[in-house]
Ligand binder design. Structure first.
Ligand code: ZN
Length: 181
């Protein structure tokens, strides 16, 4: 039995190595919410507080999370861009492929229209290259956030709360604080 397990494990490992070498491993595209404080935090951290379009600094207070391909793009046009830019088939407008940190002025300059194809090819070459790294950072931040919330619950429990509502109350106040940040 053990031998069979080992054999299957060995085969799987080899298969994964081959797939990786051929760059066929596809990370599923995760849908994210651009207003989620964790998404904003991850974007700022990953892009080192720099606007995606210009070299200027962005911070928590002036950060705009922008869609490279506009949110209002018709599905047919999104399909065309997926082919032209060579995006994954499960590409989503609300994903780290398409959401980048930028300034208000850089955001306004573009308006509701999309960039020319050449510019899109260039911009997406960056986000495609970064995708697995930014997802890793996002997952790490999510875990940290979860541990932080657990800590709050633990602290609350140590003060002998009278009800579950008390615990939820302290968690809610933390959530509110995070949105303000
Ligand atoms: Zn800018």
């Amino acid at each position: 039995m053990q031998n069979t397990h080992n054999y299957i494990y060995k085969c799987l490992k080899e298969y994964l190595i081959v797939m990786k070498e051929e760059k066929k491993i596809i990370i599923p595209t995760i849908k994210i919410n651009k207003n989620d404080p964790l998404v904003r935090k991850t974007l700022l951290e990953f892009y080192k507080n720099t606007c995606f379009y210009c070299p200027e600094e962005v911070n928590k207070s002036n950060l705009q999370v922008e869609h490279i391909i506009s949110q209002n793009t018709k599905p047919d046009e999104v399909e065309r861009l997926i082919k032209i830019v060579d995006l994954p088939l499960d590409f989503k407008l609300d994903s780290f492929y398409n959401l980048v940190p930028c300034h208000k002025k850089c955001n306004i300059r573009k308006g509701p229209t999309n960039f020319p194809d050449g510019a899109n090819i260039f911009f997406f070459s960056q986000t495609k290259k970064n995708y697995s790294k930014i997802i890793q950072l996002y997952e790490r931040n999510k875990k940290r956030d979860y541990l932080y919330e657990l800590q709050i619950v633990k602290e609350c429990l140590s003060k002998s709360p009278s009800s579950i509502a008390d615990i939820l109350g302290s968690l809610k106040s933390v959530a509110k604080l995070k949105c303000v940040k």
